[in-house]
Ligand binder design. Sequence first.
Ligand code: NDP
Length: 424
Amino acid sequence: MSRLLVIGCGGVASVAIQKCCQNSEVFTEICIASRTKEKCDALKEKLEGKTSTKIETAKVDADNVDEVVELIKSYGPDAVLNVALPYQDLTIMDACLKAGVHYIDTANFEPENTDDSQWRAIYEKRCKDLGFTAYFDYSWQWDYKERFEKAGLTALLGTGFDPGVTSVFSAYALKHYFDEIHTIDILDCNGGDHGYPFATNFNPEINLREVSANGSYWEDGHWVETKPMELKSKYDFPEVGEKDMYLLHHEEIESLAKNIPGVKRIRFFMTFGPSYLTHMKCLENVGMLSTSPIHFNGQEIVPIQFLKALLPDPASLGPRTVGKTNIGCIFTGVKDGKEKTIYIYNVCDHEECYKEVESQAISYTTGVPAMIGSMMLVTGQWKKPGVFNVEEFDPDPYMEALNKWGLPWVVCEDPETVTVWKAE
Ligand code: NDP
């Protein structure tokens, strides 16, 4: 029924592709294309004979628009799923426009080189105008709205778990539980243990940049910025237990502030253990998280890229990780004049994920929604010209698909709410 071109063949892509292959009725043909073609071939070999989805592979450098256009034209997909890195968002969007196909991703644009002077000038103006300093934001991709509208194409942004499922939870809560949502607390808990003193669960560069940056939240129509890990809380997560969590900036806050009418406050919290935080602080203090190239032994290296080469590959954590994730949102607001609070969450078991697709729950909870978002688009359930975040579409078919494809959710009425204090 449809042909999907998947760009990227890392942790998230591997799950999304395996889920597409479980869903052969929708994804009759896929092409796995990435910088390292051997990884695509290895995945194809693993899946062939176990799925009726026809799989092809290709080599592509997604930083190069022309190469992507050429691949799209030769393969002729209905849509492109970008599960490479946020650095490639704009080049892949450009290629989709040039070649006339729909676009899907799981993370908003971030430049690879944050010292680039052209990018920096725009970034510094945005920090002043909007009041948050994260390197990633939606302005770059929202800027493609008219071009996608004119081309009659859909760009679906952020269909991972957070952003993605958390955004769909918000649309669902608004549709079925509230007349008006006043606050959203997004809680991302990883109760898993991989046994290493320090490792990141997804791409180390993206992950470490995110957690070492200033925190921020949305309140009364503007951003409030905090120092990194300045605000702390503790929460007793269903099926996981009590964990410390910290307020971070996160990309869905930006789109939810725009798309959930009347929302007064949106915050994002992630759990971290003391070992992770101590290692991260130390690496940061010695300059290992820097994205600026340095000269070493006659060679130019980027410290965070060197660190990535030293750390365990997130894909290798799967067989060692035990425990569960719990990710969800606590909403407060009013329904029929009465105040209410609900909590919608998913619990995912690392070992169960490994049994099914040989990866840990972080890749699983992102890869499944990447497949579901692609399905919404290629089946026409979520298709209209322009650039959209997932919460702008009807949440019901997506929520149904989450239950069917491995991420069942729970609605808890009257949950514990979040109390925040300053970390020492
Ligand atoms: P990985 O690092 O595991 O994989 C990235 C893949 O992209 C690799 O296969 C890599 O190829 C490929 N790639 C990188 N640069 C290029 C390029 N120029 N051209 C073609 N392919 C390229 O990352 P993850 O799988 O962990 O993450 C994938 C995406 O998912 C990221 O954008 C991440 O931010 C997002 N994400 C979203 C989440 C959410 O909940 N919304 C949560 C977690 C991740 P190679 O093997 O050659 O390096």
